[in-house]
Design a protein around this ligand. Structure first.
Ligand SMILES: C=C(OP(=O)(O)O)C(=O)O
Length: 311
């Protein structure tokens, strides 16, 4: 029987029993520079990530009107907030180049649209999924538009109550979504990660695959999320944590990303199937170290080595 928690993400599947789907969240850490975006894509591909992710906004829709004219210092000089929002946004030509670059590198890309125009923009591309940022979980209009695309929707649940999450799942429908546990602080403190919520979500949504979107510093807690059963992992990535931009400090640099993906693969290998067995490789040590055979004869164990323990 097929598992209702398996989701298609382009040419990959995500869900229990599948390799953890690892996404390097570029977000706007490219700072509006296509070359930075390419370098981040290369770092993610080299590390073995399955996908990179961007954020797509229509600045005039996503920026409250009273903020547009507020001036701020940026690496490109002093400018109004709305000009800054445009400065860090890629248009269609840049995304065509990103699309081609990702194809060349053999890595998928998708994005979180922050408004309905951004959904229409992303629909011009054959993306494997759309992501709903935690901040957008309560935006029913956006959720309805996303559901209508028919693509897999990855829904992040930071800054959200169980009731809000239940409502968002109702609006999206549970057949084609993947839920991500998240804590929306940058960086998030270990004591506020509450990783056991991954198990709470697994129980509350038995037909939905559960993943993790992390904003902590360090890698251990993301690895713990995988050990708790997260089937999808997203971490912000950066070329350099000291770069300008609000997400950079809570992001993983290329070397850390290599370690993260390597360790996720080791953890998924090590989790196994939960069925107790005696491995053939244990027979030598068993012979050498065990003085008393106990209730099952050594010969019987040797015959059944690698099989579930039924002897
Ligand atoms: C902010 C985002 O997601 P999350 O809430 O998972 O950090 C995003 O995907 O743009």
């Amino acid at each position: 029987m097929s598992d209702s928690r398996i989701r298609t993400l382009g040419n990959r599947e995500a869900g229990p029993g599948r390799p953890v789907y690892v996404t390097g969240e570029i977000g706007i850490n490219h700072n509006g520079d296509l070359d930075n975006a390419f370098r981040l894509i290369d770092a993610a591909a080299d590390a073995g990530c399955d996908a990179v992710k961007f954020q797509k906004r229509t600045p005039e829709i996503c920026t409250p009107r009273d903020q547009w004219d507020i001036e701020r210092d940026t690496p490109w000089g002093r400018m109004t907030y709305i000009d800054y929002r445009h400065r860090v946004e890629f248009g269609e030509d840049e995304y065509r180049q990103i699309d081609a670059h990702c194809k060349e590198k053999g890595i998928a890309w998708f994005a979180s649209p922050w408004d309905t125009e951004a959904v229409a923009f992303l629909e011009k591309f054959d993306v494997p999924a759309h992501k709903v940022a935690s901040a957008s979980l309560t935006d029913d209009e956006l959720l309805r538009e996303l559901r209508a695309t028919g693509r897999t929707i990855i829904l992040s649940t930071g800054m959200s109550t169980p009731k809000q999450i239940r409502h968002a799942v109702e609006v999206l429908g549970s057949d084609n979504i993947l839920l991500c546990h998240a804590t929306s602080t940058y960086p998030a403190k270990a004591e506020e990660l509450n990783l056991r919520v991954i198990n709470t979500l697994q129980q509350e949504y038995p037909n939905v695959p559960i993943g993790y979107s992390g904003h902590e510093t360090g890698l251990q807690t993301t690895l713990a999320a995988v050990a708790l059963g997260a089937v999808f992992v997203e971490r912000h990535i950066t070329l350099d944590r000291a770069m300008w931009g609000s997400d950079q400090a809570a992001s993983v640099e290329p070397q850390g990303l290599q370690r993260l993906v390597r360790d996720i693969r080791t953890i998924e290998d090590s989790l196994g199937d939960g069925v107790k067995k005696v491995y053939e490789s244990e027979l030598g040590p068993m012979k050498k170290l065990r003085r008393v055979a106990g209730v099952v004869a050594e010969a019987e164990i040797a015959t059944a080595a690698g099989e579930p323990v039924s002897v």
